[in-house]
Design a protein around this ligand. Structure first.
Ligand SMILES: C[S@@+](CC[C@H](N)C(=O)[O-])C[C@H]1O[C@@H](n2cnc3c(N)ncnc32)[C@H](O)[C@@H]1O
Length: 233
């Protein structure tokens, strides 16, 4: 499906075509505070709340959905918050092109597309390879939060991350259905309103394991936008 692309003129929107490789994030935020990333920010409900709670953190909010980026930017512009920047990029593209290893203090992935049909499950963003990739970009001690309404996706991610070197579980169980103080995203709210559960996973990048001892994951290309354009760079 082709998206109608409305130009985003917000000062909080970063056009990835002007990227240095990777960009100067401290220059973009005008300070060198720790960097956190939300993957698939949708229309920005979660990131606005999180950024308000942690003004000392710089948040990069990404989505491949132009209208979502537009709405997220509109919310940020109204809020007066200066610690969020929005990019319309594919997650794997940003990791490969836009971030240094061990540069993220936290990664948030809320209600990613669940691809519920069995034959589509290989399209899920969060798989073993993606988790292994994130381990390289998280700082030692950095947090990884994953939430989903889909029990099968939670089970899958919990199983994969449990077996991976470089992570440690911050919960007493594989997942929880209540995470105190964690902001509610738009999709989470939608599912909660229907009486459905949200499954949360919280891991940290294990400080005891050096990144150099972790397997180097192969770069998986996003199946939607931007890789084709990057090919021609
Ligand atoms: C189901 S929505 C959830 C939105 C929001 N996180 C929430 O919980 O309300 C999933 C979002 O992830 C975005 N998305 C899907 N695949 C992505 C990818 N590979 N890179 C960046 N964003 C992606 C979609 O465009 C969509 O906005």
């Amino acid at each position: 499906m082709t998206q109608r692309v409305i130009p985003i003129l917000s000062p909080n929107f970063i056009n990835d075509s002007v990227f240095e490789n990777p960009p100067d994030w401290a220059g973009i935020f005008r300070n060198s505070n720790p960097l956190a990333l939300e993957i698939g920010c949708g229309t920005g409900h979660f990131i606005l709340q999180r950024a308000r709670m942690q003004p000392e953190i710089n948040f990069i909010a990404i989505d491949i959905y132009n209208k979502g980026c537009l709405k997220t930017c509109a919310k940020i512009d109204l809020s007066g918050l200066d610690n969020i920047r929005v990019l319309r990029v594919e997650a794997r593209w940003l990791l490969a092109r836009g971030l240094q290893p061990e540069s993220l203090s936290a990664v948030y992935i809320n209600c990613p597309d669940p691809w519920p049909k069995k034959r589509h499950r290989q399209r899920r963003l969060v798989n073993r390879n993606f988790l292994a990739t994130l381990a390289h970009y998280l700082k030692p001690g950095g947090d990884l939060y994953f939430s989903t309404d889909f029990d099968d996706y939670a089970e899958d991610v919990a199983g994969q991350i449990h077996d991976l070197a470089g992570y440690r579980n911050m919960l007493a169980t594989a997942w929880t259905t209540a995470l105190t103080g964690y902001p509610v995203s738009k999709y989470m709210q939608r599912f909660l309103d229907r009486g459905q559960k949200i499954y949360f996973i919280h891991y940290q990048r294990d400080m005891a394991v050096s990144r150099h001892n972790l397997p180097i994951p192969e770069v998986q290309r996003g199946f939607r936008i931007r890789w084709q354009m990057a090919e021609n760079d």
